[in-house]
Design a protein around this ligand. Sequence first.
Ligand code: SF4
Ligand code: SF4
Length: 165
Amino acid sequence: MNKIRAVRNLRICSKDCLCLYVCPTGATDTETGQIDFSKCIGCGACSKACPSGAISMVPYQYPKQQLKDELVIAKLNKLIQSKAEQEQMAEHIYNSSNNNIEKQLAKAFIRANRLMSEDLYRESGFMLPQSKNTKDFLESLLEQANEEILKKDIEKLIKLLDFNE
Ligand code: SF4
Ligand code: SF4
């Protein structure tokens, strides 16, 4: 099996199609906009050619997660909590203010806090594809999913990800 494969981020893809011209296997030319894993040989040509930085080369198998000290995780969680509270406060200002500058500042504050929370979550071991947290999260989604198509997608993800924590 290939060690790495290409993944396209559709949100930043500017659709100039350079990756289509350089791909030796046609893996980038799909109707869904996703790169076809079964055709990708991991050569990296698309990633080098992409002017938007929309293609990343990712490993098939992730290394084992570095486990963190309980104290570090507890402190990080506390910090995440405070970021979430600040985000809520900024949201309150955003919703209750009629002043444009205040609103813009509040919006920037909401975004900055959300980004910091996400970074902190990653730092504390959440949201890594190979972590037990991700597996637990996907399984909880599966329990709540009430549409068959959604269930199938979640089951597929659970099968695909190599949880190794
Ligand atoms: S080269 Fe990059 S920006 Fe262009 S279509 Fe491919 S992924 Fe999108
Ligand atoms: S890594 Fe190579 S084979 Fe895979 S999609 Fe990109 S250009 Fe095609």
